[in-house]
Design a protein around this ligand. Structure first.
Ligand code: NAD
Length: 417
């Protein structure tokens, strides 16, 4: 078999084309919906603590703004590339449409390993990057949020840089902010809670009970670690977890609170004493009920898809499964809850945060969680129904639903001028 093309933007286009084909979209509409609206690449000079200068490259892509302002995270990672940001931005378009949120899709990234920078260097990098993309972001234009290796503190610096430059206090320019600065309760756990809600829906139909289910989670950051805690509390057995350095496997189950304490000490999960070390690749192939990729793209490919033994794959990460692998998993009867549905809890609570910032009226965590559950369950039902109608996977259903909504918005708006 020829090697798969692992370029994330090519993969994003492949999934889009499958939906466009199912919907019978014409070539013009396909071109409009698949081409990013705006692509910006900037250089970011930073004065390092030792007095030298370094230049980093950053991107911000607004893929589509037909249904509302662009929305999407900012990633700080050495492997960031423009094509990755374009792919992630387009996935945000489909995700927001899938959930019925009034947003388009955007994404940003800086080619940097933030772990090599001091706190002050990270702040200068963030502020300069914000300043470079500033003409194109704003509460009604393009609204960033956290993604891999960015966090609420970085969102606070973005909000401050934007606000100081504009001479306003603009809470709605970013989401995922600290609570002291217009952040939303429940935003830190929102991505994981969203995964938990759709997992419950998927489990209902598959005679799998979360209580007692075995779970493997790849990636132990915001999405992965909160999910481990939530599923553990619901009675699931977390049998394996990993981070960028490797993982730990314990068939009897791991205690997320102890794993968290280890991470807080700056240790890798693979050093956790109550289990055996396991590689990221091995973790994916464990015989578990539920597998959660919660790290980066292209983890389940045509190389390993035939060896995935999980009954349910819940994509907390964006783009973890390639189209060839997706096909293999579907034919093997595995249920894949696709990224644009599974991990949409994050952007849904980001939407709640933006709404709260505008109204200057803040909700308690219970209310956030209840509303999130409504959005996630409703989206899951709509996706499952569409998949049934088109006799395709949940991913196929999610894309058809989302692409159709954006196409409809484009049609009724019309093309300017
Ligand atoms: P994070 O920075 O909090 O954590 C990333 C985790 O992945 C860390 O544990 C890191 O060690 C691990 N990791 C990095 N490289 C790895 C590798 N090669 N193999 C295994 N693990 C690796 O990031 P996050 O916010 O949890 O994001 C994780 C995924 O979830 C990303 O795909 C992101 O786009 C997606 N996502 C996040 C949110 C959110 O709200 N944070 C929302 C939707 C989707």
């Amino acid at each position: 078999m020829p090697r798969e093309n692992l370029n994330p933007f090519v993969i994003a286009q492949t999934y889009f084309e499958q939906a466009a084909e199912r919907l019978g979209l014409d070539d013009g509409m396909r071109a409009i919906l698949s081409t990013p609206k705006r692509i910006l690449t900037v250089s970011i000079p930073v004065k390092m603590d030792d007095g030298t200068y370094k230049v980093f490259i950053g991107h911000r892509v607004a893929h589509n703004m037909s249904r509302g302002p662009a929305k999407g995270g900012i990633r700080f990672h050495p492997d960031v590339s423009l094509d990755e940001v374009k792919a992630l931005a387009s996935w945000m378009t489909w995700k927001c449409a899938c959930l019925g949120l009034p947003f388009g899709g955007g994404k940003g990234g800086v080619e940097v390993d933030p772990h090599q920078l001091s706190l002050n260097e990270r702040e200068r990098l963030t502020r300069r990057y914000t300043s470079e993309i500033l003409p194109f972001i704003g509460p009604d234009q393009d609204i960033p949020a956290p993604d891999v290796y960015t966090d609420p503190q970085i969102m606070a610096w973005i909000m401050d840089t934007y606000s100081m430059t504009r001479g306003t206090t603009s809470l709605g320019v970013v989401t995922g902010k600290p609570l002291a600065l217009g952040g939303s309760k429940g935003r830190d756990k929102a991505t994981a809670r969203g995964v938990q809600f759709v997992l419950r829906e998927a489990c209902k139909g598959l005679k799998v009970s979360i209580k007692g289910a075995s779970v493997a989670i790849q990636g132990y950051g915001n999405a992965g670690s909160h999910l481990a805690t939530l599923l553990h509390a619901e009675g699931a057995r977390i049998v394996a977890v990993s981070d960028s350095k490797g993982g730990v496997h314990a068939p009897k189950g791991l205690d997320p609170a102890k794993l968290q304490a280890l991470k807080a000490d700056g240790e890798s999960l693979k050093t956790f004493p109550a289990g055996k070390p396991i590689t990221n690749k091995q973790l994916l192939e464990l015989p578990v009920d539920i597998l959660v990729p919660a790290a980066l793209e292209n983890q389940i490919t045509s190389d390993n898809a035939a060896r995935i033994r999980a009954k349910i794959v819940a994509e907390a990460a964006n783009g973890p499964t390639t189209p060839l692998a997706d096909d293999i998993l579907f034919k093997r009867g595995r249920t894949v809850i696709p990224d644009i549905l599974a991990n949409a809890g994050g952007v849904t609570v980001s939407y709640f945060e933006w709404v709260q910032d505008f109204s200057s009226f803040f909700w308690d965590e219970d209310e956030v969680d209840k509303r999130l559950e409504v959005y996630m369950r409703r989206a899951y039902a709509a996706v499952a129904e569409t998949a049934k109608k088109y006799k395709c996977s949940l991913r196929g259903g999610a894309y058809v639903l989302a692409v159709d909504r954006v196409a409809e918005a484009t049609r009724v708006r019309g093309i300017f001028p």
